[in-house]
Design a protein around this ligand. Structure first.
Ligand code: ADP
Ligand code: ADP
Length: 229
């Protein structure tokens, strides 16, 4: 994967209220950096900057040394895979939803992605009790299942950069373990930025940034941060 660098990045939505202040870090090729911190600290904003929903208002973000502002929106979207916290699925089969955006993908690749994300069991037919694929608000899957479908979609896309937004909601332990396994699989070997809500889910991150009030208040590996308290 490529190298991502945030160089003294500042950002505000409104000029009188800075949100990110002097953010400096690097995600080395193929490594994982996690951003944790209290609600409102600026974690989502930081990930939106990488996806170029917004441009930095100071400093720069580079990918392999190239300023993000010089990368076309199309190539950025091709390079980055995002697993959102909440996924809205189309009113169609799981296979259709996994293939979304990748119409040329063959059935075997879709099946493999589903297996890796642990949704292989209900790829073609919908799970028992959900035989009606069409509903006003989409497929009736649990939050955990929907997230795994989003993970399968991202596995199929095979992006070189990943943005993972971990779910805040309290999932049961088994579901959480399944999702963690699927996320670890999709992150392997890709340059990954994880937005995490708890330190306990990012034990294996190569570096953890603790964001407070728009600044990196602390940084280190999981064990180092625990020592500091
Ligand atoms: P986190 O992900 O850590 O909870 P956010 O990045 O969502 O933090 O938010 C950081 C700050 O930016 C918050 O004070 C939030 O209210 C503000 N904010 C987020 N999105 C917008 C927006 N679109 N317009 C204005 N302010 C925003
Ligand atoms: P990608 O090329 O990675 O799919 P997008 O910008 O299209 O990038 O979407 C980012 C993520 O948001 C996707 O991985 C997918 O999970 C979700 N997504 C995007 N568009 C839709 C949509 N119309 N319906 C459902 N989910 C979507």
């Amino acid at each position: 994967g490529p190298v991502i660098r945030f160089e003294n990045v500042n950002f505000h939505y409104d000029a009188d209220r800075p949100i990110l202040k002097g953010i400096d870090f690097e995600v080395p090729a193929g490594k994982t950096v996690a951003v944790v911190g209290p609600s409102g600290a600026g974690k989502s904003t930081l990930s939106r900057l990488l996806y170029r929903f917004y441009d930095v208002t100071g400093g720069a973000i580079t990918i392999d040394g190239q300023d993000l502002r010089d990368v076309t929106q199309a190539s950025l979207r091709a390079a980055i895979g995002m697993v959102p916290q909440d996924t809205v699925l189309f009113n169609d089969t799981i296979a259709y939803n996994i293939r979304y955006g990748r119409p040329d993908a063959d059935d075997e690749a879709v099946r493999q992605a589903a297996e890796m994300a642990q949704v292989g069991d209900f790829i073609a037919s919908l799970p028992k009790g959900y035989e009606t694929p069409v509903g006003e608000r989409g497929l009736k899957l649990s939050g955990g299942e929907k997230q795994r479908v989003a993970i399968a979609r991202t596995i199929l896309k095979a992006p070189s950069i990943l943005i993972l937004d971990e779910a805040t909601s309290a999932l049961d332990t088994k579901t959480e373990r399944d999702i963690q396994t699927a996320l670890d699989r999709v992150a392997a070997g890709r340059t990954t930025l994880v937005i995490a809500h708890r330190l306990s889910t990012v034990i294996n991150a190569d570096e953890i940034l603790v964001l407070r009030d728009g600044r990196i208040a602390e940084r280190g590996r999981h064990a180092e941060l625990l020592e500091k308290g």
